[in-house]
Design a protein around this ligand. Structure first.
Ligand SMILES: Cc1cc2nc3c(=O)[nH]c(=O)nc-3n(C[C@H](O)[C@H](O)[C@H](O)COP(=O)(O)O)c2cc1C
Length: 165
């Protein structure tokens, strides 16, 4: 069975709460706040679920921004990664959930990335997190679409479980 780590960066707690929900949907996942860890803490896990909120204009959450240069040096051999990011699609319709693009950019080509999501059902204008017509991970909007969060998480995690073995 895959060893699963969920690593989140959260400025005001919304991403942390979503990370806890994702943990509850897996049977055996360990939760880490990226602000508190070093690369060694997560090296032994097979599957990494990375979550970040979006700040600035489509920017990566601050704690992740600090950790990212160290993370890029990690040995990703044999691992899989999935990403989620939080955003506000009403106030930031042209940079919605862009944070995960920075994670994607840092890891692309180094590790197998799974968990892309169709944009159907979302309302926004632009997002760096959309590549080839799909979100590169799961976009969550706790500011406007909190009523869809649980069903989005359940569908995403079910799909991930099938792919990690
Ligand atoms: C200063 C600031 C900038 C933000 N910029 C964006 C943005 O560019 N795109 C977006 O989708 N959401 C943006 N948001 C919304 C947050 O990502 C969203 O509220 C999120 O749920 C916060 O999660 P957290 O509490 O885990 O940090 C911004 C929020 C703040 C406070």
């Amino acid at each position: 069975m895959s060893k699963i780590a969920i690593v989140y960066g959260s400025s005001t707690g919304a991403t942390e709460a979503v990370a806890e929900k994702i943990q509850a949907l897996f049977d055996n996942a360990t939760l880490f706040n990226v602000a508190d860890i070093s690369v060694e803490d997560i090296q032994d896990f097979d599957f990494l679920v990375l979550g970040a909120s979006t700040t600035g204009v489509g920017d990566l959450q601050d704690d992740w921004d600090i950790f990212l240069p160290k993370f890029e040096k990690m040995n990703f051999a044999g691992k899989k990664v999935a990403m989620f990011s939080l955003g506000d699609s009403a106030s930031f319709s042209t940079s919605f959930a862009g944070a995960m693009y920075y994670l994607y950019k840092a890891l692309k080509g180094k590790v197998e990335i799974i968990g892309s999501v169709p944009t159907d059902g979302y309302t926004f204008d632009e997002s760096d997190a959309v590549i080839d017509g799909k979100f590169i991970g799961l976009a969550i909007d706790e500011d406007n679409e909190y009523d869809q969060t649980d069903s989005r998480l359940a569908a995403w995690v079910e799909n991930l479980k099938k792919q990690i073995g």
